[in-house]
Design a protein. Structure first.
Length: 135
């Protein structure tokens, strides 16, 4: 996978990735806002990694069991994106739940929004990832 960030090409992201489009490791606190049964629920989480096809997050509380979740991911500086997601997998741990989300029916403008958020908020961390294995 090739990513262009401010004119630089990279194919790094996460080591030992098997998926076609690798994910950016961000390990960022965030909130997931979910509209469900005529109410709005917020879930604190850690976004472990993300790309244009999905993300991996750790939550302390379990999400409702729905086939498609329309949720908003809110980063610490209140930048956010809204997307339809599908839970591909989840794993219960003693202190919370790991979720693997797939982003479904994404428009190009939504993908661009994710790119802009990652570039704006995590670019220095991504640069460190690019060069970590070069000696």
């Amino acid at each position: 996978a090739v990513l262009i960030i401010d004119g630089f090409y990279t194919n790094i992201l996460m080591d030992n990735e098997q998926r076609g489009l690798k994910r950016w490791e961000i390990n960022s606190p965030a909130r997931i806002r979910l509209r469900y049964k005529n109410s709005v629920k917020n879930f604190e989480c850690i976004i472990k990694n993300i790309n244009f096809k999905g993300f991996y997050a750790f939550l302390k509380k379990e999400l409702p069991e729905l086939e498609i979740l329309k949720l908003t991911v809110i980063l610490p500086n209140n930048d956010s994106f809204t997307a339809k997601t599908k839970v591909i997998w989840k794993k219960a741990l003693p202190d919370g739940i790991l979720y693997g989300f797939s982003l479904v029916a994404m428009k190009d403008s939504q993908r661009n929004s994710i790119y802009q958020l990652i570039n704006k908020n995590y670019f220095p961390d991504l640069v460190k990832q690019w060069w970590k294995d070069i000696k």
